[in-house]
Design a protein around this ligand. Structure first.
Ligand code: SF4
Ligand code: SF4
Length: 719
């Protein structure tokens, strides 16, 4: 991992009564250590990547506490790790991105939830729901319900988040069930402070191991016939115990309000948004006091019937604020109230959207409509509705004024090593025609956007090759599956490669070997050149593929567009049946730039020679057809007005952000475009050879151009 969290790690050493300042996700890290965990692990993914990154950087602190850390190869491995708490009194926490990670972990989670746990188990989920979500619009709630795991959804403020972690472990131990805690992106990044406690060393840990033989109890296995009694335990014992614990510890909150004949039932994570919308409507203040009573569900699942009934009994109507579909909580509230013969009207979907994130606009609209519909005593409800409409009306006008704004899709970083591979695919397709591309999860999925528009399906992380299994036999041309090295180790090796070889499949697989799990923050992989403990893990993709039996295997430097195009054509045309794998090799440019910048700064400090490469376009040669831009898609390659007054077409130009990867020149060469690209090496602390070479070059250029020569402070060479 290239990004360092050394500063954040210092906050993990705070003791009793100190004040922690920072982000929600870092507060979780501290809360875990305060809770006396014996082991932690997980798989990185937004918005909880930080959590694992910080734990990795805090290895010394954790070693001192005897906490075992596992950077798992996927979420299934992380979930299975929680098996340690089935038999032993070990508190453990793992983290991943949900819903996708929970999908991967589902099998192990079912088999964990069935026997239950004796040590507290906490799963920190990055709930990636909403407009910022990078993948599927689904919620973790369904998993909590189906497996009888409790789901915490804390109000996004640091003391509540920390309390939920600490009491969540107790809830897990009291009810013998795993506990999940979902944190949306805003909760992860909300900033605040809380009073810390000293970190707790667990009674059993790496520093104080369990003596004696392992515990054997058949009832702790998720295996029939005991699973039948485990199902009964879930419903008859664990659920009521959990509900009692939640009620007695007051994990849910009620914000009292004077408009007592109506109320809002809000998931904890949405409470800040609800309060802000009420404040805009004049029904709350900036400090969280509300005129409408709010029942805050810091525990999203299970509901606590007694609390719910007590909140609703005296109200004419309640509004359930729950994003997404289905309306699990609204249905549960309706069922509970009707069973108890409480006739409070339950509103929710309809006033609020059935799908999508509840940002300020839907909340303001929904709350204003709720107030107007229910006409609570003591306020002018229609004036509130008018206020909401007036507030939001400017948006239509503003949009009209702005006119059509061009879409700005996400894109590869400048100089990304994966971009050239898609340039090569485009060039190959020019000659051989379009082919089915099975895309995957990772930075390379940006190729599905302009200017490449390459990718016909995405079935999940590491799934591209498997998702092409039935495409190849039904299409004239071989499909191409694109997979990152992250996806390869996550499950692509077994799900895709082994399955293809086992079934004697055909097709082409491109593995982007950039050295890291780049999209999630450059975490190390089994094939990285380093690991969190320093040395390389020693597993290479090439050796692994050969060991699996892949015969047709080429490793090509990604920036060599001509060679990559040629290799792709060969893979597509060869009569040889079977899987053809191209390892596209090139270090993640973002990671490289971070590394090189630091190395160069050190070299400059020592007065050593540093070379920076930049590319440029010769205005006089550029034809202005911009094929180079369409083929490379580099954000540093753009257009500028033509300096020649006799030519009107804008010319291509390279801007300051260029990292000198060379792709534009390679593409121009491979696609036989105009020869307008040049490379310039900017040399700092030039040596005598650089200076001599510079003088010779200036002399030759001066002679050719009949231009005067002059000394330059830095040696610059065009090649
Ligand atoms: S993070 Fe690395 S691999 Fe991902 S787009 Fe940026 S340079 Fe490419
Ligand atoms: S302008 Fe060319 S050399 Fe510079 S980063 Fe973009 S593709 Fe690479």
């Amino acid at each position: 991992m290239e990004r360092s969290f050394k500063k954040e790690v210092q906050a993990l050493t705070l003791g009793d009564g100190d004040t922690f300042h920072g982000e929600g996700i870092l507060a979780v890290t501290k809360a875990l250590l305060q809770s006396g965990v014996s082991y932690v692990g997980g798989y990185q993914g937004a918005p909880v990547s930080h959590l694992l990154d910080v734990l990795v950087d805090a290895q010394e602190i954790m070693a001192d506490l005897g906490v075992h850390l596992e950077t798992c190869t996927n979420e299934a491995a992380a979930a299975a790790m929680l098996g340690a708490s089935i038999n032993y009194p070990l508190r453990g926490a793992v983290t991943w991105k949900s819903i996708v990670g929970t999908n991967v972990a589902a099998d192990a989670l079912s088999n964990l939830a069935s026997p239950g746990v004796v040590g507290g188990v906490m799963i920190i989920l990055g709930e990636d729901y909403g407009e910022g979500a990078s993948v599927i619009q689904e919620r973790s709630y369904a998993y909590a319900m189906k497996s009888s795991m409790w789901l915490l959804d804390p109000r996004p403020d640091l003391p509540t988040i920390v309390r939920m972690v600490e009491e969540g472990f107790e809830l897990s131990e009291a009810s013998h069930a795993p506990v999940m805690m979902e944190l949306r992106v805003r909760a992860c990044h909300v900033t605040g402070e809380f009073k810390t406690k000293a970190n707790r060393r667990a009674a059993v840990s790496g520093k104080n191991r369990l003596p004696g033989p392992p515990r054997f109890e058949y009832g702790k296995l998720a295996h029939p016939p005991v699973t039948f009694s485990q199902e009964r335990l879930k419903v008859e014992e664990r659920l009521p115990t959990a509900q009692k614990f939640i009620r007695e510890r007051k994990l849910n909150e009620v914000i009292e309000g004077d408009l007592a004949d109506i109320g809002i039932i809000a998931l904890g994570g949405l409470t800040n948004g609800v309060l802000r919308a009420l404040e805009r409507l004049g029904l709350a203040d900036l400090y969280g006091a509300s005129r409408v009573p709010i029942y805050v569900l810091n525990v999203a699942f299970p509901l606590v019937p007694e609390e719910l009934r007590a909140f609703c009994a005296s109200k004419r109507a309640v509004l359930v604020v729950e994003e997404g579909a289905p309306d699990y909580i609204e249905q549960a509230v309706n069922t509970e109230l009707r069973r108890s013969d409480i006739q409070t009207r339950v509103l929710g979907k309809g006033l609020l959207p059935h799908a999508g994130e509840y940002q300020s606009e839907p909340l303001i609209n929904g709350l204003a409509d709720f107030v107007a519909l229910t006409q609570p005593a003591g306020i002018a409800a229609d004036a509130i509705l008018a206020r909401a409409k007036a507030m939001l009306s400017h948006k239509t006008g503003a949009l009209k004024e702005l006119g059509d704004i061009p879409a700005r899709p996400p894109n590869f970083c400048t100089g990304c090593p994966e971009r050239p591979v898609f340039s090569a695919i485009k060039l190959m397709q020019r000659e051989l025609g379009p082919t089915h591309i099975s895309a995957d999860i990772g930075c390379h999925s940006f190729a599905t956007f302009a200017p490449f528009n390459l990718g016909n399906s995405i079935l999940g992380y590491g799934m591209s090759l498997a998702s092409a299994a039935a495409v190849g036999p039904n299409m004239e041309r071989r499909p191409i599956a694109v997979m990152g090295d992250g996806g390869f180790w996550h499950n692509g090796l077994v799900t895709g490669v082994a399955s293809n070889l086992f079934n004697k499949g055909d097709g082409v697989l491109i593995v982007m070997q950039n050295g890291y799990a780049s999209a999630t923050g450059q975490q190390y992989l089994p094939s990285s050149s380093k690991s969190r403990i320093g040395s390389a893990p020693g597993m290479t993709i090439e050796q692994t593929l050969r060991a699996f039996g892949v015969k047709w295997l080429r490793t090509v430097r990604t920036y060599s567009v001509a060679k990559m195009t040629k290799t792709l054509k060969e893979a597509m045309r060869t009569a040889e049946r079977g899987l053809k794998v191209i390892i596209a090799d090139g270090e993640c440019q973002l990671a490289r730039q971070r590394r090189v910048r630091a190395e160069d700064a050190e070299k400059l400090k020592r007065g050593e020679r540093v070379v920076k490469t930049r590319f440029g376009v010769d205005d006089e040669i550029c034809t202005g057809d911009h094929s180079c831009i369409r083929l490379s898609g580099c954000p540093s390659l753009t257009v500028k007005p033509n300096p020649d007054p006799l030519r009107t077409d804008p010319v291509a130009t390279v801007i300051e952000s260029c990292v000198g990867c060379g792709l534009c020149g390679e593409v121009a060469h491979a696609a036989v475009l105009c020869p307008s690209f040049y490379r310039a090496d900017l040399v700092r602390n030039a040596n005598s050879w650089d200076r001599a070479l510079h003088r010779v070059r200036r002399a030759v250029i001066g002679w050719l151009a009949r231009a005067p020569q002059g000394a330059a402070p830095e040696a610059e060479a065009r090649a």
